[in-house]
Write a protein that binds this ligand. Structure first.
Ligand code: NAG
Ligand code: NAG
Ligand code: NAG
Ligand code: NAG
Length: 648
């Protein structure tokens, strides 16, 4: 949820503990938090004001169970908007990775809204919510398979897969629904890896039926391709020629185990004590804060806002959007829906209607409105106002005709609209917006979630940075340790991922990733299923080193046909170099945004050579040269708060 309070909310304490845990213990797991498929239920919810709180409550309850056992079921409410939920991580996922996968699922599933439920299969976990009890279902018309059909294998691979599938499907029902199996390459056979997992609430008999059917489906439909997944109502099954499974934890009685246990008990104690210390500190801090701010702070702020010009009448906004007509919907994210509207005076607006109108979040809402409304710059999306008194929380922004940058640069056809010159203007504009946020506005703001979908384009294709939902002024919080990790995987600086260190350099890093995406037309996070490749940054870095940058340019840059192609060519290389300077692993080496802007504009200034970026192996989501290998889990923590202005 995006609207976190400025001060650490007790809700974050478990997260923080988890985070500390994961940063102390070496974990080499992979949360496999990639979405395979989302199926939304066919029927819409019945009554929004009942449905949304029920859904949120169910997710909270499941969250707690998942943290301790990797599985959870919960029911909230009754009647047509009752919410039955289930979440399960696959058996090979370490518990902290499980929490990360769950968090990812939880941010994506609300995209089914206003449908009254849905299910999501990720590579590491599963989640489902409905308004009826589905707990005994194990097959249905939604059962499907997804084949990774990039590599065709020989028939010997098929034999190996069948054999390994038989083993896993045979074992799982008697083993709590989970089994893994693999065959290693022999003389005549090839490697094959299988994961079979039923939802834990199913009986062994139902589990068996589900897996047998799933196994037959992948064999029939996916072989001889290298990769197959069955997404069934009661189970998940996957085979692959790659070893995607997490390492089996060494909990045997080997000689080293005593030491391991002692160390881990010790570290748990340390974590526990640190946690308590932090808890005590926060509670004190909050009490002081409360005293200082007075008990009626929120009411006062609300009144100020109601009286101010920032306040829009609910009825005005309702009329402007045609009562939130779905025809006016611009997009939908995990946190709210954005509608286009027209005010009586003819002005176009974008209205963000937040899902969660819980009264206790009102303070954060006002806080956000206060912060954003004080910030004005040509490269920042303007917040025109809000309505905080109606039945829902609404934010009113200026409307930008061309929506967001990701719609252009990652689309082969729309990408043609943006040649190099236009992209250069967007890069400079984004840099100017960030310089303003970091250094020139009255409050110092770190955006924390700079990415292509948060860069909107006006009618002249000028960049405007959107969504200050995650922005925080940290005048009060000088600790530089962020209260809750938020951001988007692929755009997050390593020190922020691993240690929660929040400085402006976190935005500089994301900006660097964005620059490389703009030049290449490729998404840093995009990894084709079953086809693992280098991250975009690593790729750019390698090509920069070898002097073969042109190979990775987006053909839509269309620079070769220009008259001054030589100077353009120099300019692109320069911009890539700046992108690489921004994504250097060591934060202190990254330039400040004002430095970046100067480098962009002063084309004769000599640039330093970039040092290496954080090398990430996407396949295991691990920093290859990380100091202690503790970053894997943290890398996925980033996925917790993914969102963007119009949704994904
Ligand atoms: C939805 O439920 C709320 C609370 O029970 C009720 O006040 C409201 O009238 C309902 N809305 C509709 C459209 O039925
Ligand atoms: C689930 O929701 C749909 C649509 O609102 C409704 O028709 C159906 O009766 C609900 N199911 C239950 C069990 O209440
Ligand atoms: C994989 O299969 C899907 C559907 O069967 C098809 O649309 C897609 O083009 C195939 N991809 C490749 C690389 O063969
Ligand atoms: C799986 O079950 C469905 C219906 O339950 C059936 O139609 C289908 O043929 C089965 N698939 C296989 C491969 O057995």
């Amino acid at each position: 949820m995006k609207k976190e309070p400025t001060h650490l909310h007790p809700l974050y304490l478990p997260c923080l503990l988890m985070f500390l845990l994961s940063s102390l213990r070496p974990i080499t797991g992979d949360a496999r938090a990639r979405t395979v498929k989302v199926n939304c239920s066919p029927l819409p919810e019945h009554n929004e004001t009942v449905y949304v709180p029920n859904f949120v409550a169910t997710m909270e309850k499941i969250s707690q169970q998942v943290q301790t056992s990797g599985f959870g079921v919960a029911l909230t409410g009754s009647g047509p908007d009752a919410n039955y939920g289930l979440a399960q991580c696959y058996g090979d996922l370490p518990l902290n990775d499980c929490v990360l996968c769950y968090a990812e699922a939880r941010t994506i599933l609300p995209q089914c809204y206003p449908q009254n439920g849905g299910r999501i299969f990720l590579d590491g976990c599963f989640m489902r919510a409905e308004n009826y009890s589905f707990y005994n279902e194990f097959k249905g018309p939604e059962d499907s398979v997804v084949c990774g059909n990039t590599t065709r294998k020989k028939s010997t691979f098929g034999d190996a897969v069948r054999q390994v599938l038989r083993k896993a499907v045979g074992e799982a029902p008697g083993n709590g629904g989970y089994a893994r199996a693999s065959a290693n390459a022999g003389e005549s056979e090839e490697s094959a890896f299988v994961l079979a997992n039923c939802w834990r609430n199913l009986s062994p008999e139902s589990c068996k039926q589900c897996l047998e059917n799933a196994s037959a489906s992948v064999v029939n439909e996916c072989l001889p391709w290298s990769e197959g997944r069955a997404l069934h109502t009661g189970c998940f099954l996957r085979y692959s020629d790659q070893d995607f499974l997490n390492k089996i934890p060494r909990n045997g009685r080997s000689r080293g185990s005593v030491v391991v246990i002692v160390v881990s008990v010790l570290s748990s104690v340390v974590v526990f004590m640190v946690g308590i210390a932090i808890g005590v500190y926060i509670c004190k801090h909050r009490t002081i804060q409360k005293k200082r701010r007075g008990p009626n702070d929120v009411e006062k702020m609300a009144k100020t806002l109601t009286d101010s010009s920032l306040n829009f009448k609910y009825s005005t906004l309702e009329k402007a959007t045609g009562s939130f007509d779905s025809a006016n919907k611009l997009g939908q994210g995990g946190f709210g829906t954005v509608y286009k509207g027209v005010l009586p005076d003819g002005r176009d607006i974008a209205v963000k209607r937040l899902f969660f109108n819980n009264r206790h979040r009102a303070a954060d809402f006002y806080n956000e409105v206060n912060i954003i409304s004080s910030v004005e710059h040509k490269n920042l999306v303007r917040l025109l106002g809000c309505n905080c008194s109606g039945p829902e929380s609404l934010l009113v922004y200026e409307y930008l005709q061309n929506k967001s940058l990701d719609r252009f640069i990652f689309d082969v056809n729309r990408g043609k609209t943006l040649d190099w010159q236009r992209r250069y203007v967007i890069i400079v504009g984004t840099a100017e917006g960030l310089v303003y946020l970091h250094e020139q506005s009255t409050v110092r703001i770190i955006h924390r979630d700079i990415k292509a979908s948060n860069i909107l384009l006006d009618s002249k294709l000028q960049a405007k940075i959107a969504d200050f939902g995650l922005a925080r002024s940290f005048q009060e919080d000088k600790s530089h340790i962020s209260t809750a990790i938020a951001g988007t995987l692929g755009y997050m600086a390593p020190e922020y991922l691993a240690h929660g260190q929040l400085t402006e350099k976190v935005d500089v890093y994301s900006f660097g990733v964005l620059v490389l995406e703009i030049v290449t037309g490729k998404q840093n996070t995009k990894s084709k299923m079953s086809d693992y490749s280098d991250s975009l940054i690593t790729e750019a870095w390698k090509h920069f080193q070898s002097g073969e940058l042109e190979e990775i340019y987006d053909p839509n840059l269309n620079w070769k046909n220009q008259n001054d192609s030589i100077s353009i060519k120099k300019e692109i290389v320069r911009v890539v170099q700046i992108g690489l300077l921004c994504t250097q692993e060591i934060a202190s080496l990254r330039p400040s945004m004002s430095k970046v802007l100067r480098m962009l504009k002063n084309k004769d200034e000599n640039l330093p050579l970039p040092s290496n970026p954080p090398f990430m192996d996407e396949r295991i989501m691990e920093f290859r040269d990380g100091s202690d290998g503790d970053s894997a889990a943290c890398a996925s923590l980033a996925t917790i708060a993914q969102s963007s202005f119009y949704g994904r």
